[in-house]
Structures are given as structure tokens and as C-alpha cells.
Design a protein around this ligand. Sequence first.
Ligand SMILES: *Cc1c(COP(=O)(O)O)cnc(C)c1O
Length: 380
Amino acid sequence: MKYKIPLFDLNFGTAEANNVLKTIKSKWISMGPKALEFERRFANLLHVKHSICLTNCTAALHLAFDVLEIKEDDEVICPSLSFVATVNAIRYVNATPVFCDITSSDDLNLDPRKINSLISAKTRAIIVMHFAGFPCDMDAIMKIARANNLKVIEDASHAPLSEYKGKKLGTIGDVGCFSFFSNKNISTGEGGMIVTNNDDVATDVRLKRSHGMTTMSYQRATGHSTTYNVKALGYNYRMDDLRASIGIVQLGKLKKDLVRRAKVRNWYLKELEKLEHYIFIPFKQNQEFVSNYVMPIVLKKSQKKSRDEVRTVMHKMGIQTSIHYPCIHRFSIYQSFATGSNLKLTEYISDNEITLPMYSGLSKHTISVIVNSLYKAIVK
Ligand SMILES: *Cc1c(COP(=O)(O)O)cnc(C)c1O
């Protein structure tokens, strides 16, 4: 079925196509000048020292745990209300995920007040995920991390250019990871980025993204080097220049796109007032500049219709919705890591959240069509 109003709409235009064509004509199509330019522009935009582009964010998360030397039997405190890649990456280095609940129906991010009781002698790191681009309480999380000598990884897949007290998300912890998958704020088809202010971490990420080799093809082709050594067990997590050239154009559009999304969210907030007895709107009081990657609402307990019934009615009216997220600890491969954990709020959101369409091209009129359909689906 083709939806009348989709969840997401790609903002590609001729500029993306033209930049790819230029790269094709240049005959240097992977990890060359375009990848370097994309990295430089990303770093400048985020005011961060190092930006390293990769095949996708899952690779970024894996490398983050790898270079921070998180190993077998180490414990990592993590959210369950996230995409599964956040936690899969912990398992790639054979470490153990320790699930932490969210703060409230209003704040869907990791609750710092619940972290302390989860810290053991084996805890080495905390991974946070900034839901829809709304910032976690990074002051509290960094304070806990410093007091306990823990690394902090930010899964900032939802959060390019989003801010917390004047800092860009992804640049506050030890390592920040971004995704450029098709439906993210910046799209390159597949793609990812690691950012860090730590020189040693950056050197290790650059080494391990390309087989642990000390020089890259581009350096050799440009005469800067004639051979290479392999000094670490690396991977092939390189981004190609075709995708980087799309990323460069997408970066140029980002700020304007996010300003427009903020407007779309405000129209939603106004229209959704008529549903205040039936739903919560997470992060309603947020004042920071954020990416608004998705538009979540949560059905209240007093509300009689089930989330799935509401979604079915919406779909019949041609409106696509989604769920963020089916929580990770209930997936069969993760159930054994959550025995005894209290994840009640996470489970409530997972069972009652509905993600409404969000993209910069949505008009005020379309928002009112979506909200009126939601009203009918819930109230009638
Ligand atoms: C999209 C996403 C990922 C995975 O990113 P890929 O680039 O597809 O590997 C990880 N974490 C979160 C929170 C995401 O939304």
C-alpha cells in the first residue's frame, strides 16, 4: 500500500546528483578527497576536533567500543528504548549490556538517577542515545562517568546539530556516533561518522577503519607514501566518495531543514492540544535546538484503545506511522541480559508510543489532517 502521508520523505534534489556525477568523472570514488571534505565540514559544523566517516553508524558504534578497549566480561550500561544496533555493538566486543530504564513518559532518555545502582566492579562504559535528537541529561551522566572512571559513548544517530547547553550532541562524551541511513536527518543511503576530541581515539579509529593499515590508497596514489604496515586488527569500514559527495550536499541543507522541522513540531504541539486528555507528548518542555528526527506521542493509561488499534485506523486513512522502539531487552537474543531488571517505563513506552510523520516538507495543513485522523482513531 502506498501511503497518502508517509512517515518520512527524502529531501534529495539535483545538487546531490550533480555532486555524485562530479565524483564519478573525477575517477576517485572511495575514501579520497570527497570523504576528507565531508569529514572536514562535519567537524567544523559540530565544533569538534576529529570527524571520521564510515560505512554506517553500526560500524561507528563497533569501532567506538573497540578503540575504547571495552572487552569480554566488561559491562556497559545502555538503554533498551533504542534501535538494536546500539546494543549489538556492545556484543561485538563480547561485553555485557546492562539495561537502564528511561526517565519518564516525558523524557524518553536514560535516567541518570537509575545508573548508580547498576554500576558494578565490571562496569566500563555508558552508552546513551539522544531520542529524536532531544538531549540526555549529559551533566549528570558525565558526572557519574567521571566519578566511576567510565567511558561515555553517544549514539547520536538521531541528533546531528542538536544541542545541550551550548554544546553539540555527540561531542560531549568520549566518542559520538552518527548515522546517514536513508531515513535519518542526513541521508547518504548508508553512512556513518565518528566524532571525538581525543587525538589518540581518532588515530585508532582511522587505523582500524581501513584494515589497520598505516597508509591509505589515496596517500599512496598521490605519492605521499609507497608502502604500508598493518599494526592492528582492523576492518573495512571506509565510506566511499560517492556517498561522501551526497553527504556534503546534505550537510549544506541541514540547518535550514532542522529549522523547518522545528516549525513542523510546533504546528503539531498546537494541533495536539485537543488530545491532551489522551496522550503525552515526550520532551514537550524542551527549549534546546534539536533535530526532531521523529515525532513521538504516547497514549495515556486512561486511554481505552490499544496502540495497535489506533495505528491500524491511521493506516486505513492513508497515514503511515511507526514505533520507536520495540524495546531491545524483549528481543529473544537479549532477554537473558534483562532478568531482574526494572524496565517498566521503557516497556510502557514501547507498548504505547506512536511515531507520527516528520520531515521538513510537511505543511501546516497536512499536520492538521494527521492530527484530525489521530483524534478520530483515538476518540471515536
Ligand atoms: C539508525 C540508527 C542506528 C544504526 O545506524 P546505521 O547507520 O543504519 O548502522 C543506530 N542507532 C540508532 C539510535 C539509530 O537510529
